[in-house]
Design a protein around this ligand. Structure first.
Ligand code: GAR
Length: 189
């Protein structure tokens, strides 16, 4: 039986789509469902196009009930992948899926992580700090934002004059290139 992934995303979901495409004809792994905490997020449109079920859970239900863990258990999910998912994972879900939740962060942790550090906020902070490189970090999820064990990092150069948008483009390119392969390795580990 194939190993089953759930991808959680709060916004555009371009990583979710890239991951789904990567595994679409895979012999051993499939993307079984998406989850979003935003009703109008673009990921719902991507899901329709990809023919992947996309479940919406309002933040309160996500944080304060076992509904999401219940769905993930019922769907026999092996790995939960956070790809631009902005809520903290509640204790009950961490307990229900030990070592089975990973996140991608758009910078080189432990720098530029923590609460409020997501998406363009990260790229603006990186440019403002005069960093000469940025990149991606894939890590296991624990009870603190961006602090779980690091699985993989890749870097890109920041050139003089690069804007946060330039950095975002470079980081997204790294995400598309590496994240699916890292997921594959985690599942085969
Ligand atoms: C990605 O760059 C991801 O690394 C970042 O949000 C973006 C989502 O883009 N995640 C975080 O900032 C988490 N702290 P996408 O919706 O197009 O995949």
């Amino acid at each position: 039986m194939k190993k089953r992934i759930a991808v959680l995303a709060s916004g555009s979901g371009s990583n979710a789509e890239n991951i789904a495409n990567y595994f679409s004809n895979h012999e051993l792994i499939e993307v079984s469902l998406f989850i979003s905490n935003k009703k109008d997020a673009f990921i719902h449109r991507r899901a329709e196009k990809l023919n992947i079920p996309c479940y919406y859970f309002p933040t309160k239900q996500f944080n304060e009930t076992d509904d999401v863990s219940g769905l993930l258990k019922k769907e026999r999910i092996d790995l939960i992948v956070l790809a631009g998912f902005l809520l903290k994972i509640p204790e009950n879900m961490l307990r229900a899926f030990p070592d089975a939740i990973i996140n991608i962060h758009p910078a080189l942790l432990p720098k530029f992580g923590g609460k409020g550090m997501y998406g363009d906020h990260v790229h603006r902070a990186v440019v403002a700090a005069g960093e000469e490189q940025s990149g991606i970090t894939v890590h296991y999820v624990n009870e603190n934002y961006d602090e779980g064990k690091i699985i993989f990092q890749a870097t890109c150069e920041i050139l003089p004059g690069d804007t946060p948008e330039d950095v975002a483009r470079k980081v997204h390119a790294l995400e598309y290139k590496h994240f699916p392969c890292v997921i594959e390795k985690v599942l085969n580990a």
